[in-house]
Design a protein around this ligand. Structure first.
Ligand code: SF4
Length: 222
């Protein structure tokens, strides 16, 4: 079926499908197929995927699954934008799990993950004060976290760091999920400074730098 014949009932708006190294989270450095869905209702100040806010192509779920299969991956990451803004994302996640891939979902934390297939590893952001989108955090997602899931904080400054540290305790995040990720906001906070704060406080988190930005300077397609 061509894109023009694709009906929205069984389709998703897709910005890009590409094969690269996982840039962050627990599987950093591992070859992964990325499916980037178009659209996001948030506007974080540091957003690095504004090109995914609009445009894209309407692609049937069958075609998305076929394009992923062509890379013969072990890992597949569904990302955005905010992938859960398109309801068919849930169907895609289940289809990818059924196909035998190790599937992860990168989501802003602003939309419910209640219906996400339990085989999917959820990587959920908690938006900090300096993101300008803290008010969008859906804390009802916290009890829905599974042991394999991950929670990510993108930290812009010391106030964000203190806020994130408080949330770690408030929701007992290290005991709930496999990894709590602290990532410095690119161009706003140096990785070294954040690393030193984490060490000073002996925090049970994984401090990470985004590998794809180091390797490819954040060009689309990586
Ligand atoms: S949630 Fe993600 S894609 Fe959406 S504005 Fe924030 S950083 Fe960008």
């Amino acid at each position: 079926m061509s894109i023009s014949q694709t009906h929205s009932a069984d389709a998703l708006r897709i910005t890009e499908i590409f094969y690269s190294l996982q840039g962050e989270a627990r599987t950093v450095g591992v070859p992964t197929v990325f499916v980037r869905l178009t659209g996001c209702p948030l506007r974080c100040v540091y957003c690095d995927t504004e090109y995914a806010f609009s445009g894209g192509d309407l692609v049937s779920i069958d075609d998305v699954v076929s394009k992923v299969a062509a890379y013969q991956p072990r890992f597949v990451t569904v990302t955005g934008g905010e992938p859960l803004a398109q309801p068919n994302c849930l169907l895609l996640l289940t289809r990818l799990c059924d196909a035998g891939y190790e599937v992860s979902l990168e989501t802003s934390g602003a939309m419910t993950v209640a219906e996400v297939d339990s085989r999917v590893v959820k990587v959920i952001d908690l938006k900090t004060p300096a993101s300008a989108e803290m008010g969008r955090n859906d804390y009802d997602n916290i009890p829905l976290l599974l042991p394999a899931d991950q929670v990510k904080f993108v930290i812009c400054d010391r106030d964000d760091y203190e806020w994130a540290r408080f949330k770690l305790d408030e929701y007992q995040l290290p005991a709930r999920v496999s990894d709590v990720l602290f990532s410095p906001s690119h161009g706003q906070l140096s990785g070294r400074e954040l690393a030193e704060w984490v060490l000073e406080d002996n925090l049970p988190v994984r401090m990470q730098l985004q590998l794809h930005k180091i390797l490819w300077n954040d060009e689309p397609g990586h």
